[in-house]
Design a protein around this ligand. Structure first.
Ligand code: FES
Ligand SMILES: [Fe+2]
Length: 349
């Protein structure tokens, strides 16, 4: 899998990690056992007991430690074995890998690369479910497709016109015009103004307005999107650049989405969406989540079918179009970062 490892991957919604109960998730083909110790602190260990390779996710939390429930080896949060029933000596190799793990913005983030490089400042600024300004719904979806295909989908919104004509009510403008794309340190920024429009099903207006949307798509595969509707002429007045969202007349929402590669051909997709308190309420949130549910199913049908075609194609090649600019930029960034990691590892060896 060609993915960046020195990055924070979303492993779960915080609420999915129950007290005292290990949670199993595979990221980049690495099975993990994540658990919340008595102190509330999270740990993420390789999900493979050093004794006879039973999964630690079937284990039992004891304080801030995890006991393998096959023959009872006890693991500390850093992965070292601290107790072997019936044996006094603990060999130095009695340890499993521990992954840096952080709980932030209602997500559990795991650093899949070199632990020495884990920097919390690199966690994408998602909007958590407890954010005071937004009323958010959330969920997740499992895909029988590689994460990269979902990233590619999220990096090219021209598909809204076709895949989501019914759910988002997107018009021809998504496919007919280009978004403005700016490179970021660890991703890409998309901005799009649609002038003189009645909006879409998620950002509806009775009178024509200028509609703005912006999203950042960040390593390893996190989409953070907002936008709003503005009086006619606003797009021109700000030269099609970023408006002040506080000036929006309506339609300000926020969505955080994360694509996590599970294995080479499976992924988990996490999402939240909802209105700014000034522009909506719980009822609007529920309506948006209904639309999103339909739209995300539409993507899943297309992407899983696409994966099947790719799998039976001997030499699958793509033919990029003008809308693939962001896809190409992001995938090049991933390749560059992944290559630098491999070279760094080789130099270190
Ligand atoms: S496999 Fe874990 S203690 Fe034996
Ligand atoms: Fe989509």
């Amino acid at each position: 899998m060609n993915y960046v490892r020195n990055a924070w991957y979303v492993a779960a919604w915080s609420e999915q990690i129950e007290d005292g109960k290990p949670f199993a998730i595979t990221i980049l083909d690495e099975p993990l056992a994540i658990f919340r110790g008595e102190s509330g602190r999270l740990s993420a260990l390789e999900d493979r007991c050093v004794h006879r390779l039973a999964p630690l996710s079937l284990g039992r939390c004891e304080g801030d430690r995890l006991r393998c429930m096959y023959h009872g080896l006890l693991f500390a949060a850093d992965g070292t074995v601290v107790e072997i029933p019936g044996q006094d000596q603990i060999p130095p190799q009695a340890r499993v890998r521990a992954f840096p793990v952080v709980e932030l913005h209602s997500w559990v983030w795991v650093w899949m690369g070199d632990p020495a490089l884990a920097d919390e400042a690199l966690i994408p600024p998602a909007v958590g479910l407890d954010h005071p300004d937004y009323i958010l719904g959330h969920g997740h979806l499992d895909y029988a497709a590689e994460a990269r295909l979902i990233n590619d989908n999220l990096l090219d919104f021209s598909h809204l016109t076709f895949v989501h004509a019914n759910s988002f009510g997107a018009g021809p403008e998504f496919a007919a015009t280009q978004a403005r794309i700016t490179p970021l340190d660890r991703g890409i920024r998309y901005e799009r103004w649609i002038e003189n429009s009645l909006g879409s099903s998620s950002r509806r207006s009775d009178v024509p307005m200028d509609s703005y949307m912006r999203y950042d798509f960040l390593i390893p595969g996190v989409l953070l999107m907002t936008g709003g509707i503005f009086p006619l002429g606003t797009a021109k007045a700000c030269a099609f650049g970023a408006p002040d969202l506080d000036e929006a007349k309506g339609g300000v929402t926020f969505t955080s989405q994360a694509v996590t590669p599970v294995t080479g051909k499976t992924s988990r997709y996490f999402f939240s969406w909802g209105p700014h308190r000034k522009h909506g309420d719980e009822a609007l949130r529920d309506m948006l989540m209904g639309i999103a549910g339909q739209a995300f199913d539409e993507d899943k049908v297309m992407i899983e079918a696409q994966q099947k075609v790719i799998d039976r194609t001997p030499d699958p090649r793509v033919m990029p179009t003008a809308h693939d600019k962001g896809v190409t930029m992001f995938n090049r960034l991933v390749e560059r970062m992944a290559r630098a990691e491999t070279e760094g590892n080789r130099n270190a060896a």
